[in-house]
Write a protein that binds this ligand. Structure first.
Ligand SMILES: *[C@@H]1O[C@H](CO)[C@@H](O)[C@H](O)[C@H]1NC(C)=O
Ligand SMILES: *[C@@H]1O[C@H](CO)[C@@H](O)[C@H](O)[C@H]1NC(C)=O
Ligand SMILES: *[C@@H]1O[C@H](CO)[C@@H](O)[C@H](O)[C@H]1NC(C)=O
Ligand SMILES: *[C@@H]1O[C@H](CO)[C@@H](O)[C@H](O)[C@H]1NC(C)=O
Ligand SMILES: *[C@@H]1O[C@H](CO)[C@@H](O)[C@H](O)[C@H]1NC(C)=O
Ligand SMILES: *[C@@H]1O[C@H](CO)[C@@H](O)[C@H](O)[C@H]1NC(C)=O
Ligand SMILES: *[C@@H]1O[C@H](CO)[C@@H](O)[C@H](O)[C@H]1NC(C)=O
Length: 513
């Protein structure tokens, strides 16, 4: 009696605490075909900049209204959605507004003149307020600085690539300055990565932008230390096969990090920019990839407010546990080297229609067990391993195990972009002896499709198929990032590195004394 009374009291208390809280909510992302400015070396007037931004906001407005009508609580729009990406520091300037810290508690729609001339912020706030929906938009921030500050740029402003979120009352709820810029000379890197979160009745949210997703801070810290439920992720992402196509990598990051990810990409097919989605920890909910059309696309899906509480929440994985405990399969007669972009992989061919293979590079060994439905005569697959600093810049340390279709039957083409395949697999099981706990499971199908519900990652780190024969496969990969081995210099700001070192030294001294 007593114990059952206590139980119901506890349940009652829980229910009371969660009044107004939602178990699930509808999320929206909008892939926007940005109306770009004409190329110019002379800055346009503020009026012309506003005309262009308002044209883009007119289109976003339709998406926001539609999302709200469909019951969405929040909508994410893409990076650079109001003006594109081809700028110098001077030519972006007319597009920028000074965006205050959200602590000022400001509803621009109700108080438009409080922080000077801010028509873009006012309009966005009104869109959120009028439609009772949270809205994330990527805009440009300018922050005055002076000669006292030796890093102050010569025009007297720091310029930041910035995400703002307005809540359903139009209040500025969050502001995030992008940290990992990708060839964006028009913008400055903030002094340190910002950890921006906000609470709602439908979960806790974190924010970062585009290239940030490849690095530890702020992305991983938001999930692991600040325990956000959902990441808001605007991007202007150029697809790169075989591992970094937007839908493929973003869905894999959500699964690897076990968090919801709302990814809104810009749409510009000439630059291979397409691919948005709503990704849950166990599977992709909805995604869009379209190289045929020039228009935008709205995506809507119901997602868990607190995915960690769901019975379907994936288990934590020990990524190398299976691979490091089994006997490696016999070393292949024929292992060969090959390049994927600039990275030297070691490959071995899936010579039979069924088999067990191992390929290693330095300390990373990748194991694959597989069974093809039928070995197609003109299609060749390889198992590949790579561990090292990636690409030309050689700042990010990657560890990759991959099974991929070669472009042609010539083994020299393995790793080159290919978009179609016809080989279906009855079974695959991929694992590797990763040195990192940050591994993202990717499965990409013919014609650039995802494979929701048809694969999973086991607790011991094996990426395996499920629910029957697969559709034709381009690649099955375990993409690992070993952040602590990054060469990690932020090139724009050597001063920062020195001050960080000083702080670390100071901290160490404090601890020692
Ligand atoms: C670009 O230039 C053309 C021709 O001068 C003009 O018609 C068009 O409106 C301009 N576009 C923008 C976005 O300013
Ligand atoms: C918001 O609604 C008000 C009146 O309800 C209207 O005057 C205003 O133009 C609307 N603004 C936007 C951006 O929809
Ligand atoms: C968000 O909610 C959590 C749990 O209720 C609380 O611990 C945290 O302080 C809140 N954060 C903010 C920014 O309000
Ligand atoms: C787009 O992708 C294709 C195939 O991967 C590649 O050949 C082409 O160079 C890419 N275009 C750009 C602008 O990067
Ligand atoms: C495997 O990769 C390493 C490092 O790139 C290379 O030195 C070695 O020759 C490769 N092995 C084969 C068989 O290509
Ligand atoms: C592959 O290895 C598994 C055990 O790991 C074994 O059961 C299976 O028979 C092997 N398959 C082939 C084709 O060697
Ligand atoms: C993923 O989890 C959701 C609930 O959080 C569940 O409804 C769905 O069936 C799961 N999907 C897969 C593919 O396991």
């Amino acid at each position: 009696m007593t114990s059952s009374f206590l139980t119901s009291a506890a349940v009652f208390a829980l229910l009371t605490l969660n009044v107004g809280a939602l178990d699930t909510f509808i999320a929206a992302v909008y892939e926007h075909a940005v109306i770009l400015p004409n190329k110019t070396e002379i800055p346009v007037s503020r009026e012309d900049a506003l005309i262009l931004m308002n044209k883009n906001i007119d289109i976003l407005e339709k998406a926001i209204k539609l999302a709200a009508q469909e019951g969405a609580k929040i909508i994410v729009t893409p990076e650079d959605a109001l003006y594109g990406w081809t700028f110098t520091r001077e030519t972006i300037f007319p597009y920028l507004e000074d965006i205050p810290d959200p602590n000022v508690n400001w509803i621009p729609c109700q108080d438009p003149n409080r922080f000077g001339h801010t028509p873009v912020q006012t309009r966005l706030s009104c869109l959120a307020k009028n439609n009772s929906i949270y809205v994330l938009v990527n805009i440009g921030d300018k922050k005055p600085c002076d000669s006292q500050d030796s890093t102050c740029p010569s025009n007297g402003y720091y310029q930041y690539n910035t995400n703002v979120v307005y809540n359903s009352e139009g209040k500025l709820e969050a502001r995030y300055h992008k940290y990992h810029l990708y060839r964006e000379l028009q913008f400055n890197v903030p002094k340190k990565p910002e950890l921006v979160t906000f609470n709602t009745t439908f979960g806790k949210f974190g924010i970062f932008t585009c290239f940030d997703i490849l690095f530890h801070d702020p992305a991983v810290t938001l999930v692991e230390d600040l325990h956000v439920d959902t990441i808001l992720f605007p991007t202007a992402w150029m697809n790169v096969l075989p591992f970094l196509t937007a839908i493929e990598f973003h869905s894999a990051w959500a699964m690897g990090m076990r968090v919801n990810l709302l990814a809104a990409n810009t749409h510009h097919v000439n630059l291979n920019m397409t691919g948005s989605g709503i990704y849950a920890p166990n599977s992709s909910k909805v995604y869009h990839y379209n190289m045929e059309t020039a228009s935008g696309k709205i995506l809507l899906s119901e997602v868990d407010s607190h995915p960690r509480n769901s019975p379907d929440y994936p288990v934590a994985r020990s990524w190398s546990s299976y691979a490091s405990t089994i006997q490696p399969f016999p070393v292949q007669k024929h292992t060969f080297g090959g390049l994927i972009s600039r990275d030297e992989f070691n490959f071995t061919e899936l010579y039979e229609s069924i088999g067990n293979l191992t390929v290693c590079q330095k300390e990373l060994c990748c194991h694959l067990g597989y069974r093809m439905l039928k070995k197609e005569e003109n299609e060749v697959y390889v198992l590949g391993a790579f561990t090292g600093l990636h690409g030309r810049r050689r700042t990010e340390y990657w560890q990759v195990c991959t099974m991929l279709k070669c472009k042609t039957a010539n083994l020299e083409t393995c790793g080159q972009p290919v978009e179609v395949a016809s080989t279906r697999f009855e079974m695959f099981s991929l694992s590797g002896t990763f040195g990192t706990q940050y591994v993202f499971p990717e499965v990409l199908l013919s014609k650039i499709h995802l494979s929701p519900g048809k694969f999973e990652v086991l607790e011991d780190g094996r990426l395996v198929n499920k629910n029957g024969v697969s559709d034709p496969i381009l690649t099955v990969s375990l993409f690992g990032r070993w952040y602590t081995k990054d060469s990690g210099v932020i090139i724009n700001s050597p001063k920062l590195l020195i001050s960080t070192l000083l702080i670390i030294t100071a901290l160490q001294n404090t601890v020692m004394t």
